[in-house]
Design a protein around this ligand. Structure first.
Ligand code: J2J
Length: 540
């Protein structure tokens, strides 16, 4: 077959064969998949946002027209394109146009700023950057000007909405032209890793593997033509995209409704208006929704399923879902690298409330191991390793890191600490990776530490999580200053100036004379976490 993309680690042939024989990998591309949906669901509404309603057929046609236009701009198969769009219909037109072209979307989040976007553009040698004009009070065209000045490979900036100095996305759509079809085993796009390293890692997902996870997820969640899925989290994130997410709803012939904001104000309005049946939120948002549902004037009776995932949901909040919203709770423990676990509809209530569920596939292999990769006893907490038909075998262009992030026999080291409940379901007990999970938003400690070390008054630094009632965790930076002592506000302003996504700015900065070290001379982050947790607890 054709040569695999440079920097992509394919599954070994014996595994690929097994996944094909099992019927997981069906040899279908996203482009073909959308054609098939359009042929079957035609004039049914596929997508709804503030401004537009698009049928399956219209989506299919618009994607083909945009693919043709992008091709005429010179975008070729395997070219990387950084896509940073809010929750609007254009996200799907753009992604499917690129899929059809065989060009590869790099799915950035709306919160990303100069630091992240310029890195994605440079690392992937992206030829184009696709944005909306404005969202949430932020002007992405300003960001694009900085990116264009820094990233020499970016030839095109395409803007959904008012283009300013750039090209209007709307002007690119053109008469469809025959295009070379990508192969189903090819990389289709890149997700971003929550990460624990100095720079974010890119996750290559293939047509075959991703469509399997979408199809199987849609089945587990019993989606059908009557399903109405509300996207409240950022549309590009793996959870609302594929677990079963917008793509799962489209797979089943349902309707996808795009809410710009996750706030109850906006989301509840959509639920009532479009008779939404299913949606996905992170735990802090779940708590806010439950509170807001107490005295909302909106009719939420259509909602049948609330999925919660991205970080650990507390048992107390979990128990309140049915009473407050009158719908079923489903816990979802997933990762952009692949593996996704769901509690099932027929699970007993305590399994739904107290566990993070079971994997999608009988071919998801799960190991729970100690620090030396030996299996722990049943029920004990250990490191979660996984391998399977939709879990990557390597990050993109990351050979050195891949040696650490995967076992020699291809298991992905998730960095999560889990145990098996008596039911067999997984329970997330903690994390071994150096990451802060800020209400579902992941922060790689090393990335922020490197930025802080670039400040002339900073000698040493450690970023750790601190407990937070609302978000579960927030970030705290322990800073050892040089002769001159920086004020915390100066440091956060410095980080903003470096173009970091706002959620990565430390919530708190503590100055120390030196960082505590373990017996082997590493920074003792555990001690720092305890210290800050105690300090917060004393304040009450
Ligand atoms: C505890 N920790 C969780 C949960 C994810 C579905 C749902 C979520 C994601 C996601 C996703 C958790 N309880 N229920 O991609 O398809 C933490 C774990 C995990 C990391 C992955 C999906 N659900 N987590 O959150 O790539 O630490 O994907 O390894 O953003 O989030 O983060 P991410």
């Amino acid at each position: 077959g054709p040569q695999a993309l440079d920097g992509f680690t394919p599954w070994p042939p014996e595994f690929a064969d097994r996944y094909r024989r099992a019927g997981h990998w069906r040899g279908e591309t996203f482009g073909e998949w959308l054609h098939a949906r359009a042929a079957r669901f035609g004039d049914r509404v596929a997508l709804v946002d503030e401004r537009r309603r698009l049928s399956y057929r219209e989506l299919d046609t618009r994607a083909s027209h945009l693919a043709a236009g992008l091709s005429r701009l010179g975008i070729r198969p395997r070219d990387r394109v950084v896509v940073q769009l809010p929750n609007v219909v254009e996200f799907f037109e753009v992604c499917f146009a690129l899929f059809r072209l065989g060009a590869l979307p790099v799915l950035a989040l709306p919160a990303h700023r100069r630091s992240e976007i310029s890195y994605f553009c440079e690392f992937t040698e992206a030829v184009a950057y696709i944005i909306a004009d404005k969202d949430g009070g932020f002007d992405y065209r300003k960001l694009a000007e900085e990116i264009r000045a820094e990233a020499s490979t970016v030839k095109h900036v395409l803007v959904a909405g008012e283009p300013g100095p750039f090209t209007a996305l709307e002007s690119v759509y053109d008469e469809p032209a025959p295009l070379p079809e990508p192969a189903p085993g090819d990389v289709a796009f890149f997700q971003l890793s929550g990460g624990s390293t100095g720079v974010p890692k890119l996750i290559p997902r293939t047509h075959d593997d991703y469509l399997y996870s979408v199809r199987a997820s849609a089945e587990i969640c019993a989606l059908d033509e009557e399903s109405v899925y509300l996207v409240t989290l950022p549309v590009a994130h793996n959870f609302p995209l594929s677990s079963p997410g917008s793509l799962g709803a489209l797979h089943a012939g349902g309707r996808v409704v795009l809410s710009r904001r996750p706030s109850p104000d906006e989301a509840f309005l959509w639920i009532e208006k479009e008779r939404v049946t299913v949606t996905a939120v992170v735990p802090p948002l779940c708590a806010v929704w439950l509170e807001a549902a107490r005295n909302t004037r909106h009719d939420l009776s259509s909602l049948r399923l609330l999925q919660v995932g991205g970080s650990k949901l507390s048992v107390e909040v979990a128990r309140r879902v049915r009473g407050a919203l009158g719908c079923t709770l489903q816990q979802v423990f997933g990762m952009a690298e692949g593996l996704v676990n769901y509690t099932r509809f027929d699970d007993p209530e305590d399994v739904i409330v107290e566990t993070q569920g079971c994997p999608i596939s009988k071919d998801d292999e799960i190991r729970i191991v100690d620090d030396d990769d030996r299996d722990v006893d049943v029920g004990q907490v250990g490191h979660l390793l996984t391998r399977g038909p939709y879990t990557i075998r390597g990050y993109y262009k990351a050979d050195t890191h891949n040696e650490r992030a995967f076992t020699r026999d291809g298991f992905y080291r998730t960095g999560d600490l889990v145990r098996r409940a008596p039911s067999g379901a997984l329970v997330v007990e903690g994390r071994a990776k150096d990451q802060i999970n800020r209400g579902g938003e992941k922060i790689a400690a090393e990335e922020i530490e490197n930025h802080l070390l670039a400040h002339p008054a900073v000698r040493d630094v450690a970023l750790v999580s601190m407990p937070d009632v609302f978000l579960g965790e927030r970030s705290c930076a322990f800073v050892v200053p040089r002769e001159r002592t920086p004020v915390p506000r100066e440091l956060t302003a410095f980080l903003r100036g470096r173009g970091l996504a706002p959620y990565k700015i430390p919530d708190r900065i503590e100055l120390l004379d030196e960082l505590p070290k373990t017996s082997v001379g590493k920074v003792d982050k555990k001690a720092l976490r305890h210290w800050i947790a105690d300090k917060i607890a004393q304040k009450g």
